[in-house]
Design a protein around this ligand. Structure first.
Ligand code: 8YV
Length: 313
C-alpha cells in the first residue's frame, strides 16, 4: 500500500478471496458494519473514491452527495436501477456492472422457483419436516413439462430462461420493449395478452425505467390457473396486488426471489403455502460471486489507472 491509499466504501460483504485482494490494494470502509453510518460518512466520506455495491442496494443520491471525491460506483451485479445514472453522470462518476457471468445462475433460479412452485415442493416439505406426512393427504401438483411459458424481458437472462424451457418442451412466448425477430420465440406486444395466454409468467426485465409492470390487471389476466415467477426486481410488481391475488386465489401461486422493500418481506407471504420464497439469492453461488468480484476488481483497477473501466454502463 502506498502512503496515500485509495479509499473504497463497501455497502455489503464480498467473497473472502475478493476482499483479500481489495484489502491488498485499497483502504476499505464498511458502511454495512457501521453502527452510525452517518458518522462514518462524516469521517471518511471526503476521501472515498470508489463505492462497491450490489445491484439491488445501489447507492442513493444522498449518500453519493456525501462523497465529493467519488470516481466510480462498481456494482457487483447487473441491475443499475438503484443508482441514479443521471446524477452520477453529472458528477462524472463512472458506473460499472458485472454482465454475463450471473446469467446462468439467475436462469437456474427461475427454473428452481418454477419447478418448486408448480410441484408444491415447499408446501410438501413443510408437511414432511413437521412430521405430518402420515396423516396429511397432499393435493396433486401442476405438471411442468409442456407448459406455456411467458417471459417478460428478453435480455440475457430472459434468453437463458427460454433456452432452458426447450428442455422441458415448453412453448415460449415473450414480451419485451423491442421484439427480437432473430430469436425463435413468439413476441407478444401486449403484456396483458401474454399473461392471458400462458400458464406461467416469469419476470426477467430490468427495472431501469422504474415502471410497475405486474399490476392487478396483469395478474387477473394470468388467472386462477396461472403462476408468477420473479427473479428481476420487486419494484416492477404491485406487491400489494400480488398478495391480494394470492390470498384470494385469483392466481395459482408464485415463486419470488425479489421483493419491493428488501430485506423486508410482507409477513402475509409467509403463511401462503402456494408461494416459494428466496431471499434474493439468484446469483449467490460461490462460483458466480467470485467471477462478479473479479470483474469489480478489474473495473476498479482500470478506473484508478486512469483508463475506462471495461464494464462501464
Ligand atoms: C445480486 C442483482 O444479488 O445483478 C443484480 O442486479 O440483483 C444480483 O445479482 C446483487 O447485485 C447483490 O450483489
Amino acid at each position: 500500500k502506498d502512503a496515500s491509499p485509495v479509499h473504497i466504501l463497501l455497502t455489503q460483504p464480498l467473497p473472502e478471496a475478493i476482499e483479500r485482494q481489495l484489502l491488498a490494494r485499497y483502504q476499505l470502509h464498511r458502511l454495512y458494519q457501521a453502527t452510525d453510518a452517518s458518522a462514518l460518512l462524516d469521517d471518511v466520506g471526503p476521501f472515498i473514491q470508489g463505492v462497491v455495491t450490489g445491484g439491488a442496494k445501489g447507492l442513493d443520491n444522498a449518500t453519493m452527495d456525501r462523497l465529493p471525491a467519488l470516481k466510480i460506483i462498481a456494482i457487483s451485479g447487473i441491475g443499475t436501477d438503484a443508482v441514479d445514472l443521471n446524477h452520477a453522470a453529472r458528477r462524472n462518476i463512472v458506473v460499472t456492472t458485472t454482465p454475463g457471468v450471473l446469467t446462468d445462475d439467475v436462469a437456474d433460479m427461475a427454473f428452481g422457483l418454477l419447478i418448486a412452485t408448480l410441484r408444491r415442493m415447499s408446501e410438501a416439505e413443510m408437511i414432511l419436516r413437521a412430521g405430518r406426512w402420515p396423516e396429511t393427504p397432499l393435493p396433486l401438483a401442476r405438471k411442468v413439462t409442456g407448459i406455456r411459458l411467458g417471459i417478460v424481458g428478453m435480455g440475457q437472462v430472459g434468453t437463458a430462461i427460454a433456452r432452458r424451457a426447450g428442455a422441458f418442451q415448453m412453448e415460449v412466448l415473450y414480451h419485451s420493449r423491442t421484439p427480437r425477430p432473430a430469436l425463435p420465440w413468439r413476441f407478444i406486444d401486449d403484456l396483458h395478452a401474454l399473461a392471458r395466454e400462458v400458464d406461467v409468467l416469469v419476470l426477467a426485465a430490468s427495472a431501469d425505467d422504474g415502471k410497475v409492470m405486474i399490476t392487478a390487471s396483469v395478474l387477473d389476466a394470468l388467472g386462477s390457473d396461472g403462476f408468477f415467477i420473479n427473479i428481476a426486481r420487486g419494484k416492477l410488481v404491485d406487491e400489494a396486488a400480488l398478495l391480494d391475488a394470492l390470498v384470494h386465489k385469483r392466481i395459482a401461486g408464485a415463486g419470488l426471489d425479489v421483493f419491493a422493500n428488501e430485506p423486508h418481506v410482507p409477513e402475509a407471504f409467509f403463511t401462503l403455502p402456494q408461494v416459494t420464497l428466496q431471499p434474493h439469492r439468484a446469483s449467490a453461488t460461490q462460483q458466480t460471486r467470485l467471477e462478479m468480484g473479479n470483474i469489480v476488481l478489474r473495473n476498479l483497477a482500470a478506473c484508478f489507472n486512469g483508463e475506462t473501466p471495461p464494464n462501464k454502463v
